[in-house]
Design a protein around this ligand. Structure first.
Ligand code: FNR
Length: 363
């Protein structure tokens, strides 16, 4: 496939500064290994969810309102391009393409971790094209190891509307150069949230946030989370492939599926954080299932990255438009004229997800 915007992205980095440092090389590894994982359609927890079909429940697609509310903002559609990249020349090209596709389709987008730019200011230009291309909603992205001042710097770099804080202990453990100071994370998350100029979303990276974790996050003032569960991109496997000895070969598949996380999070606590869902979302039907289980919006990373690298920016625009049309069609079929009405659908929880939900005491 061809990647558009090559000339634009090539001009973003001074010769020689591109991809000759460990941060940039790691970012390129992540892109390559994540794309390998997208080569085949993989079954996941969403397949254990089945809508009960009611033949006379449908409404007209023209009656369906796709709007939703995220971090106090109104979105036209309940999907977004979730955090991926930045910090290398290849990452810059991808960011340009993703941001242009988000702009053309009116959806929100998260940047990949901005630590590379915080550490190496010359890499800032691999992130800033996102704001140059996209007038809509942008999530900045940092980990819990940054200071509140660095988190603010990340928000300002993109004039971002909200800030994602990724919590990725599995990835850090398996990553050869990973951070291991986990003790301080919850306090740091609280401090960053307290001083953030924009709303904060705490997200996983494909291992899932448990109910216990949501309660802890709520106690330090987090109002929105992105469950980002198992079922799609697997960073235990990616980081293990980056280790010379592949010592963590047994860690693939760690964590809870996104479907299970949604069931687990759906406890009747009015004080609980608002839910965004991501991790293993492969189709418009997966989106609608996540919305029916209480997500306010649904994030997609790996699938959209593959679409972009295979089919270019134009192909990604077509794919996102198709998804939006099909989300509308599925909601109409299910008789839901608004996203929140999807909670009234009948959803069966089968197989492994059903067993796990029962063991967690979720009904
Ligand atoms: C990611 N993800 C990610 N998340 C994050 O918060 N900061 C980051 O820098 C990255 N980097 C990154 C790179 C690449 C190449 C991919 C594919 C993903 C994780 C991402 O946001 C998401 O949580 C997981 O990928 C699960 O969603 P999918 O890929 O199964 O849709």
């Amino acid at each position: 496939g061809h990647v558009v915007s090559e000339a634009v992205a090539d001009s973003l980095l001074a010769p020689g500064s591109a991809d000759d440092n460990p941060d940039s090389r790691r970012k390129n590894d992540h892109i390559r290994l994540a794309l390998d994982q997208q080569a085949h359609y993989k079954p996941n927890g969403f397949d254990d969810l089945r809508f009960v079909h009611h033949s006379l429940a449908a409404v007209d697609p023209s009656q369906v309102d796709l709007s939703t509310s995220v971090c106090g903002a109104d979105w036209h559609v309940p999907i977004y391009i979730n955090a991926m990249t930045g910090g290398s020349a290849q990452a810059a090209r991808i960011n340009v393409g993703l941001a242009r596709a988000a702009q053309a389709t009116g959806i929100a987008m998260a940047t990949g971790s901005q630590h590379a730019a915080i550490r190496h200011p010359q890499l800032t230009s691999t992130f800033t094209p996102i704001r140059q291309e996209l007038t809509g909603f942008i999530f900045a992205n940092v980990g819990p190891t940054v200071t509140p001042a660095q988190a603010r710097q990340a928000v300002e770099m993109l004039d971002a509307d909200a800030l994602q804080i990724h919590v990725n202990p599995v990835q850090e453990m398996v990553m050869p150069e990973g951070d291991r100071e986990f003790n301080s994370w919850i306090d740091r998350i609280g401090q960053i949230a307290q001083e953030s100029p924009v709303p904060v979303v705490v997200k996983e990276v494909g291992f899932g946030l448990s109910r216990k974790t949501l309660e802890l996050l709520a106690s330090v003032g987090i109002h929105t989370v992105d469950l980002s569960g198992r079922g799609g991109t697997d960073f235990a496997q990616i980081e293990n492939q980056r280790r010379e000895r592949r010592d963590y070969w047994y860690m693939g598949g760690w964590g809870q599926s996104t479907a299970l996380c949604l069931l687990d999070a759906g406890y009747p606590t009015p004080a609980g954080p608002a839910i965004l869902a991501s991790g293993g979302v492969r189709s418009p039907l997966d989106v609608v299932k996540a919305l029916a289980l209480g997500a306010q919006a649904v994030g997609v990373s790996g699938h959209f990255l593959r679409t972009f690298t295979q089919e270019g920016e134009g192909g990604l625009v077509v794919e996102i438009r198709n998804w939006i049309d099909q989300i509308r069609a599925l909601m109409a079929l299910l008789g839901a004229s608004a996203v929140t009405n999807l909670s009234r659908t009948d959803l069966l929880v089968l197989g492994q997800t059903g067993q796990e939900a029962r063991l967690l005491g979720v009904d």
